[in-house]
Design a protein around this ligand. Structure first.
Ligand SMILES: Nc1nc2c(ncn2[C@@H]2O[C@H](COP(=O)(O)OP(=O)(O)O)[C@@H](O)[C@H]2O)c(=O)[nH]1
Ligand SMILES: [Mg+2]
Length: 312
């Protein structure tokens, strides 16, 4: 299967062809560029959902799919799972939870390992997001699992980042400590059927008010994702953020961030491959023995691979 075989089907949103396209992109980054040359410019938006395990990201994603479909929006979901074997159960749960959308041809669901060979966010993730937009999905929901660097990286790749928290004393403070307040465009206090939701919402609003914002001040929405309560409001807020991005040119900026990440992943991957090929062992010994500093070694490696390096 080549890009040429799937391009028209993928642009039409045929799930089978979209799936094949993403596999091609994951296996060979050049496929992303080949598709980009033939596909229309993206129109839709990437919406990232992040927050601690168990907060309700998958439930919210499923509720958002339902609400978006009611608005006749074509949806793709990218579930970023850690490669850890312990996540098997959670992933299965997510799948089952979203299953009633599985037969809707306007909903495409794909999961992807969080960790690429580089250790960071899967190298293909930004290219996959861009490809899904070019396949004509109006909304690409990206759900991450857990709170760590890869989630922060993903937050940086979305057009709108939704940070979910649940009621609990000091959750807002914890979020601030984890640096989560800076990445959120929209905050959700999910499980609002539980005690303390109002307090957590107030706490979050106070902390947000203390921040320096220019233009967009992140709203806080209370939801009960399990019943769909608050999901319409959440969607309205996301749509308002989308409109704000469009009107301020921020959207172009965020799109550029994804392209930058795509290119950066290729650069990193080339450097790692070159180092793993073993040609620089003597240089590494010199660094280890203090005969050469690491920065000079890095210069030497970059010079050696120059414009070439192993094609990825
Ligand atoms: N009480 C309550 N439980 C919820 C709500 N939303 C999700 N849950 C439950 O919380 C658990 C974790 O939800 P899940 O969506 O898998 O969380 P994720 O790990 O963030 O994706 C599941 O058992 C859900 O049914 C809610 O609004 N209220
Ligand atoms: Mg989940």
């Amino acid at each position: 299967v080549t890009v040429a075989d799937v391009v028209s089907g993928a642009i039409a949103g045929n799930p089978r062809d979209v799936g094949r396209l993403l596999t091609l992109i994951e296996n060979d980054p050049r496929a992303a560029s080949e598709f980009r040359r033939q596909a229309p410019d993206p129109v839709g938006m990437v919406i990232g959902l992040t927050g601690p395990p168990g907060v309700g990201k998958s439930t919210t994603t499923a509720a958002l799919i339902a609400a978006l479909r009611e608005r006749d929006v074509r949806v793709a979901v990218l579930a970023i799972d850690p490669s850890s074997p312990f996540s098997g159960g959670a992933l299965l749960g997510d799948r089952i939870r979203m299953q009633h959308h599985a037969t809707d041809e306007h909903v495409f669901i794909r999961s992807m390992a969080a960790r690429g060979q580089l250790g960071g966010l899967a190298a293909a993730a930004p290219a996959v997001m861009d490809a899904l937009l070019r396949c004509g999905f109006d909304a690409v929901l990206v759900e991450t699992v857990g709170v760590g660097q890869s989630e922060m990286d993903i937050a940086g790749l979305a057009d709108t980042t939704v940070v979910l928290l649940s009621p609990g004393a000091g959750d807002g403070v914890q979020a601030a400590k984890a640096g989560i307040l800076e990445v959120g465009d929209v905050f959700v206090v999910n499980k609002a059927d539980r005690e303390g939701a109002d307090a957590t919402t107030r706490e979050l609003r106070t902390m947000i008010d203390l921040g320096q914002w220019s233009g967009w001040v992140p709203p806080v929405v209370k939801t009960v994702a399990a019943t769909g309560e608050g999901i319409e409001e959440l969607l309205d807020v996301i749509t308002a953020h989308t409109a704000w991005l469009r009107s301020t040119g921020q959207r172009t900026e965020r799109r550029r961030t994804r392209i930058r990440a795509e290119v950066a992943a290729l650069v990193t991957s080339r450097v790692n491959r070159a180092l793993e090929a073993g040609e620089d062992e003597a240089l590494l010994d010199d660094v280890s023995a203090g005969r050469c500093d690491a920065a000079a070694a890095a210069d030497a490696v970059l010079r050696r691979i120059g414009g070439g390096g192993a094609p990825v």
